[in-house]
Design a protein around this ligand. Structure first.
Ligand SMILES: *Cc1c(COP(=O)(O)O)cnc(C)c1O
Length: 428
């Protein structure tokens, strides 16, 4: 079977909240007082419902019916594919499966949370959601979601991406969003960076500072984040729940679970429903987060409290971090350039429940090319990291003559990121 589908009725009816199974998760704290923060501290920044989810200790949180309908609209449930042609190419006894999160209207998993956040904002009577975007995937997703809800997205796009990715910008504009290259002259924080360097390339951390600053100064706007936080990862858990059902359908179980890792949202969405079984002592899986050597927060970072943004206006969160002033080299996988890692995944890494590996973009784009030739889909630059790790595990299985079952999350397609392939593989 090369493709495993679920029916619409099988779209999950709840999100899995891993926080309920991690009682020792360190809370966010105030930078000056170092006191733990609660929901009230976050209401001025995020929508109320998302803040409540952020602090919820409930294990399963019900998905409203309207949202299940929106999940259908964006193409859920998404198929699970078996990479038979890639297996043959690698001459491996391993079976490789991948979850198709590229089949949504904007081409990645990010809509899974964007539609929830826009839904909550509209329900709370807000008119704007501000946000940042690196490569443009998150900005596209939030622009789509706000359009569907009849509200507006204001997007601070990292300047270097704004210049390098004109098509992502156009996607957002077609969905009616306002877009500013960051650092911008729209916020005091942005102006400060521009004063120092009028051609500042920007970073995700700076764009986050600007988007939060703008939301804080308006009662019709809230800020929206596409990764890292508990509630964002929560929304993504529908991915892994679907995958579990899909494996049950074919009577198979994965041994190895792989996701590329920026802030942690696609990785968590794919793996948390399986990690729930690990935490309960029911199953064992080898769970691998794949990072760029250029921004290896989980692999080389320190596990400590740090700011989530560059300017230091967010609370402190405990995570694996390269330091909030770390400006990563401009690799093509813009979505993997964040300086930190989700607090929940950081805790799981510190406990040895997940591990991380790193690759350089030269080898991941080559893996992306092989994937396109064998499986017929061009992966997003971010996704090529997961592809590369899955291929390496399949080659290890060949060496050891093991029939491993490898599953990875195909987080998005690369049809708007072809420049990366052109530059790195020198094809034109
Ligand atoms: C944004 C993005 C990522 C990285 O973000 P995570 O929060 O770590 O998932 C990975 N793949 C694609 C296609 C993306 O758009």
């Amino acid at each position: 079977m090369i493709r495993i589908d679920l029916s619409r009725e099988e779209i999950p009816s709840y999100w899995y909240n891993i926080v309920s199974d991690l009682p020792d998760l360190p809370p966010p704290i105030h930078p000056a007082t170092k006191k733990p923060l609660g929901p009230r501290d976050f209401y001025p920044i995020f929508t109320k419902e998302c803040v409540d989810q952020e602090f919820s200790k409930e294990r399963y949180i019900k998905i409203p019916d309207e949202l299940r309908e929106l999940y259908i609209r964006i193409g859920r449930p998404t198929p699970l594919y078996r990479a038979k042609r890639l297996e043959k190419y690698l001459k491996t006894p391993a079976k490789i499966y991948y979850k198709r999160e590229d089949v949504t209207p904007t081409g990645s998993h990010k809509l899974n949370t964007a539609i929830v956040q826009a839904f909550c904002a509209a329900r709370e009577g807000l008119e704007y959601l501000t946000t940042e975007t690196g490569a443009g995937q998150w900005g596209s997703a939030l622009s789509y979601a706000t359009a569907m809800m009849g509200i507006k997205a204001i997007v601070f796009m990292v300047r270097i991406s704004y210049l390098q990715k004109p098509y992502r910008k156009l996607v957002m504009k077609l969905y009616g969003a306002d877009i500013f290259p960051s650092p911008s002259d729209k916020t005091e924080i942005g102006k400060k960076y521009l004063e120092k360097d009028p051609n500042h390339p920007g970073s995700l951390g700076i764009a986050i500072s600007e988007a939060i600053d703008m939301a804080k100064n308006s009662d019709k706007a809230r800020y929206s984040l596409g990764s890292v936080l508990n509630h964002v990862l929560l929304h993504q858990t529908i991915i892994g729940q679907e995958v579990k059902k899909q494996f049950e359908l074919i009577g198979e179980k994965p041994d190895i679970l792989i996701g590329c890792f920026g802030g942690g949202s696609n990785f968590s969405g794919f793996t948390f429903p399986f990690i729930e079984e690990i935490l309960k002592g029911k199953e064992k899986y080898d769970v691998i987060a794949v990072e760029p050597t250029a921004a290896p927060s989980m692999t080389n970072g320190e596990y400590r409290y740090d700011f989530g943004d560059s300017a230091g206006i967010t609370p402190l969160i405990k995570m694996f971090t390269l330091g909030h002033d770390f400006i990563p080299p401009p690799i093509h996988a813009g979505g993997l350039r964040y300086h930190g890692a989700a607090p929940t995944v950081s805790l799981l890494k510190s406990k040895g429940i997940v591990r991380s590996v790193t690759y350089a973009q030269e080898e991941t784009f080559e893996a992306g090319r092989i994937f396109a030739m064998t499986e017929g889909i061009i992966p997003a630059p971010e996704t090529t990291y997961a592809v590369k790790a899955a291929m390496d595990e399949a080659l290890k299985a060949r060496e050891n003559r093991e029939e491993k079952v490898i599953a990875f999350n195909f987080s998005g397609h690369g049809l708007l990121d072809l420049k990366g392939y052109e530059d790195v593989l020198k094809i034109s």
